[in-house]
Write a protein that binds this ligand. Structure first.
Ligand code: PEP
Ligand code: MN
Length: 341
């Protein structure tokens, strides 16, 4: 932490700050300028009391942290890419994986038809929501337990590992029984008890970025999962809220590049929730590959016009086949290997 004192602060007031810094366990180093005094506080900011509260002292101008708050997810901590293994499906470290499937699990026929179709086009994991965090309480909330059973059947038939969302800590055990990867959705991205409970399942966690989360908040959410003993995390950028409304959200391609640089975790992109409209999903998927993503999460429905959620953004199986054909060469250009089931 760097504490800058106000111009002309007298010696007793300087000493008061120095004493406070020592009380909090830091070693203060004074830099006396012509007009101002700066106090550099030496100590690990992650395991000492925060000095940020000293801003309330009248002689303190600014208190600035110099250390990043995340550690376990950082490249400094682990320089090499994390490579996860989900039933033999390698995620990260030069591979490229595509998770595809409907927004919501609706019926057995819809689920199995989609699973077969996305597998045939090269998806390596199957997604589908059984517990849906809908904005309106009047909208379809998902099939719940019954949906998990349909996902189990899809895995049994296709062999594709399952990615599905868990919305509350008390559901973790039940969802983890059916899922190979637990998804934590954008609306729950900073739900600390859920992050902790999901971590304890020992499953790989796909962590969406919150609708309005800064990148460091997203990385700190991943840090929570690691701190709770599970470093098997996939970061997923899914578009953020901005002033622009041509698309449902704004895909933050820059966040992919930042997350790849700052962390060793695999970074996926969900172009479906970023776009909110089917005709923009393929262009955003291409951008994701070019920005260095390690995988995609794409919504596919056999008949999007009848979908019970997110109909406007789901691709038909044919459009999904087109997406796969378009990204295939780009993945190669990026030096990654597109896996196929
Ligand atoms: C989803 O993947 O279906 C979903 C609800 O995503 P998000 O949490 O990113 O809105
Ligand atoms: Mn959706």
């Amino acid at each position: 932490m760097i504490i800058v004192l106000k111009t002309g602060t007298a010696e007793p007031e300087i000493q008061q700050v120095v004493d406070a810094v020592k009380t909090f366990g830091y070693e203060p180093r004074l830099i006396r300028g012509v007009e101002r005094t700066v106090i550099a506080c030496v100590g690990d900011e992650r395991n000492h009391h925060t000095l940020e509260s000293l801003i309330v002292l009248p002689q303190v101008e600014t208190v600035t942290p110099v250390q990043k708050k995340y550690k376990l997810v950082s490249r400094e901590y682990q320089p090499q890419d994390t490579v996860l293994d989900v039933n033999g499906c390698k995620i990260g470290g030069g591979t490229f994986q595509v998770v595809a499937g409907p927004c919501s699990v609706e019926t057995k026929a819809q689920t199995l038809e989609t699973a077969r179709a996305v597998k045939a086009s090269g998806a390596t994991l199957f997604r589908g929501g059984a517990f849906k965090p809908r904005t309106s309480p009047y909208d379809f909330q998902g099939l719940g337990r019954e949906g998990l059973e349909l996902l189990r059947q899809a895995r049994e038939e296709t062999g594709l590992p399952i990615v599905t969302e868990v919305m509350s800590p008390q559901d973790v055990d039940m969802v983890a029984e059916a899922a190979d990867i637990l998804q934590i959705g954008a609306r729950n991205a900073q739900n600390v008890p859920l992050l902790a409970a999901a971590a304890k399942s020992g499953k790989v966690i796909l962590l969406k970025r919150g609708l309005s989360s800064f990148i460091d908040e997203w990385l700190l959410a991943a840090e929570y999962i690691c701190v709770h003993g599970n470093s098997k995390v996939i970061l997923c950028e899914r578009g953020i809220r901005t002033f622009e409304h041509a698309c449902r959200n704004t895909l933050d391609v820059g966040a992919v590049a930042v997350a790849k640089k700052e962390t060793h975790l695999p970074v996926f992109v969900d172009p479906s929730h970023a776009a909110g409209r089917a005709d923009m999903v393929i262009p955003l998927a291409r951008a994701a590959v070019a920005a260095g993503a390690d995988g995609l999460l794409v919504e596919v429905h056999p008949n999007p016009a009848t979908a019970l959620s997110d109909g406007g953004q789901q691709l038909t199986p044919k459009q999904f086949a087109q997406l796969m054909a378009e990204i295939r060469p780009l993945v190669g250009v990026m030096g990654k290997k597109l896996q196929s089931a």
